[in-house]
Design a protein around this ligand. Structure first.
Ligand code: SF4
Ligand code: SF4
Length: 175
């Protein structure tokens, strides 16, 4: 049972602003999910569920939901939605809202970017990749130590990494 006693009835206005389509038009058809690569993730990105959370005003639940950060910006859902809801924009709006609500909010994908140079759980799909005849790990900075060092050097120029440097350690710092 969903507890609505602390629900925020204005959440949809706060999250969406006036930049995206009207999410109240969503009729939960799941078309946006059918072509979404991140809907296969762990946990899956399910835009229609996120829309429901927003419309029900489940603020705390939405604030702690990491799935919008697994969107790969492929834009398929934008073209598929029959209601003009702009699902891709919904995910981006949630990300912006999460960061604005909590100045200490760290995008959950950031440690992953720091560790392996990319997100989207590609590194967790080793078995599937092998079955498809691919190398177990994709060719990325994650398997190129020198490039990884350069990548981290670049990340260290960003404020968010500098402000949270205790979380982002590497060989250079240890030395
Ligand atoms: S843009 Fe994001 S939410 Fe939309 S289909 Fe692609 S990965 Fe999924
Ligand atoms: S495709 Fe559009 S209407 Fe259907 S569930 Fe997704 S956002 Fe809602």
């Amino acid at each position: 049972m969903i507890d609505l006693t602390a629900a925020n009835p204005n959440l949809w206005k706060e999250v969406m602003g006036d930049k995206a389509g009207d999410i109240r038009k969503c009729y939960n058809c799941a078309t946006c999910i059918s072509g979404c690569p991140a809907a296969e993730g762990k946990p899956p990105l399910l835009i229609r569920s996120l829309v429901r959370k927003i419309l029900l005003g489940l603020e705390d639940d939405l604030l702690n939901d990491e799935t919008p950060w697994s969107c790969v910006s492929c834009n398929q859902c934008e073209e598929m939605c029959p209601q003009g809801v702009h699902p891709f924009e919904v995910g981006l709006a949630i990300r912006r809202w999460q960061c604005s609500k909590d100045q200490t909010f760290l995008p959950p994908s950031l440690p992953e970017v720091w560790d392996i140079g990319h997100t989207q759980s590609v590194h967790k799909q080793g078995e599937l990749r092998k079955r498809l005849g691919l190398e177990e790990a994709p060719r990325s900075v994650a398997i190129m130590p020198e490039e990884m060092k350069k990548f981290r050097k670049m990340l260290k120029q960003t404020k968010i990494i500098q402000d949270n440097s205790f979380m982002f350690k590497d060989e250079e710092k240890k030395g």
